[in-house]
Design a binder for this molecule. Structure first.
Ligand SMILES: [Zn+2]
Ligand SMILES: [Zn+2]
Length: 60
């Protein structure tokens, strides 16, 4: 049997699009629609804007 089981979805930073799995990225709900949003620590430090993929809400 194969020991490789990739069951978890990969998450990407909402602002810059990098893969943030395994990093200390922030995770929060969209204040408008509640969609789960991930943002990498770099973007969080720089307070980059994010845009919700579901409702288009933008925020710092
Ligand atoms: Zn980022
Ligand atoms: Zn939203």
């Amino acid at each position: 049997m194969s020991s490789k089981s990739e069951d978890r979805r990969e998450h990407t930073c909402i602002s810059c699009g990098i893969n943030i799995s395994g990093t200390d990225a922030a995770k929060f709900d969209c204040p408008e629609c509640g969609t789960l949003i991930y943002r990498c620590s770099t973007c969080r430090k720089q307070s980059n804007l994010y845009e919700c993929p579901d409702c288009g809400f933008t925020g710092p």
